[in-house]
Design a protein around this ligand. Structure first.
Ligand SMILES: [Zn+2]
Length: 381
């Protein structure tokens, strides 16, 4: 009998639990939950289980499957949540769940089953981080929903209830890791994660996002370049708002000119890639133009940083990404890049928009000048 294909030395450990499919954010006009009465076809909320089911199946049955090992996720304990969130906020979530759920904020619905799914997302991400901390593997991917990077210590925001990546990074710090970097490429500002570590110089948070600004009381942060962190944390939150329409070349330029130099100077012991496929050219929730090639390149660059700085230790955490098909393809491409595979394993079925990067390059150059003038740890000696 033929033996199963050997797991490559540097495969990816994927942490997953199907209970996360039970969060149902409802349907309506896009993410509003509203039925205007004159549409025959209401759409599922963009943060629905279909998007994640395709991510699971492409990793199980797609070309990368022999590089993947599967690990079961788990529920987070309530006590574990207090490392990032206030007890008052966690109590609010539990009360809302007991009362049968509610709309927590714009577009964000806690329905029956949602809290358990959120606890599974948090616990699964913690398990993935522990796997790395224990030395059981170097690269782990927490395939989780609901997403987490908008969830702040005191409130939910933007489809997110618990900050999965933030909890995992706090676990790393509590386990003796001295410095971690979080690189967030979801199309939206990782405001919740930034807020959680805003006063810390142990966690460098870097977010590349479209320039969407604040979207109301649940998201007071603007994501602009001058939100740099405070006190000891000054300079350790680097925002990279990119012009609408930024694509593969622009992201590659931003990674090379802004992200890589900052990470090199910071010298982290742990790297966390917070990945959202809503930066793709076909996402209904973003205005950026990454294709599979762009995601592949980002995966490769981040893997290079991990090899140089964190002994290869890299946690990848799933966030947004709402095109049901292309999100899965872009995830596959990102992981191909992380594995440094020499040739694309999966071709891009729909990338066809041209890219004009000239304006984005100018913006990146101006962000670079601003950071060099303003951020103490980036100032040249
Ligand atoms: Zn997003």
């Amino acid at each position: 009998m033929a033996s199963p294909p050997a797991l490559s030395d540097d495969g990816i450990s994927v942490f997953w639990h199907e209970g996360m499919l039970n969060h149902d954010a409802g349907s309506g006009v896009f993410d509003t939950g509203h039925d205007p009465g004159f549409l025959d076809v209401l759409e599922k909320h963009p943060e629905n289980s279909d998007r994640i089911r395709n991510m699971v199946s492409i990793l199980r049955r797609g070309p990368l499957s022999s590089h993947i090992s599967w690990h079961s996720g788990r529920l987070a304990l309530i006590s574990e949540l207090h490392s990032f969130h206030t007890p008052e906020y966690i109590n609010e979530l539990m009360e809302a769940d007991k009362e049968g759920g509610k709309k927590v904020c714009l577009g964000t619905f806690l329905n029956p089953g949602s809290l358990v799914a959120a606890l599974l997302a948090a616990g699964t991400t913690l398990s993935a981080m522990k796997h790395i901390l224990d030395g059981d593997g170097k690269i782990a991917y927490a395939l989780v929903r609901p997403p987490g990077h908008h969830a702040q210590p005191t409130q939910a925001d933007g489809y997110c209830f618990l900050n999965n990546a933030g909890l995992a990074v706090q676990l790393a710090l509590d386990s003796g890791c001295q410095k971690a970097v979080i690189i967030d490429i979801d199309v939206h500002y990782g405001n919740g994660t930034a807020e959680g570590f805003y006063h810390s110089n142990k966690v460098l948070t870097i977010s590349l996002h479209m320039n969407h600004g604040s979207w109301g009381p649940s998201h007071p942060q603007s994501g602009s370049i001058d939100e740099l962190g405070e006190n000891e944390g000054l300079g350790y939150n680097l925002n990279i708002p990119l012009p609408n329409g930024s694509g593969d070349k622009c992201y590659a330029y931003a990674m090379a000119e802004l992200v890589v130099p900052a990470v090199q100077k910071f010298e982290p012991h742990m790297i966390v890639l917070v990945v959202g496929q809503d930066s793709s050219a076909f996402d209904p929730n973003g205005r950026q133009c990454l294709t599979m090639d762009g995601y592949r390149n980002i995966g490769r660059v981040v893997r290079g940083l991990a090899n140089r700085h964190s002994g290869g230790r890299l946690l990848i955490v799933q966030e947004g990404g709402y095109h049901i098909t292309y999100s899965a393809y872009c995830l596959h491409a990102t992981l191909e890049g992380v594995l440094n595979l020499p040739l694309p394993m999966l071709s891009d079925p729909i990338a066809y928009y041209p890219e004009d990067e000239a304006f984005a390059v100018e913006v990146i150059e101006s962000i670079k000048r601003y950071q060099k003038d303003t951020v103490p740890f980036l100032k040249e000696a």
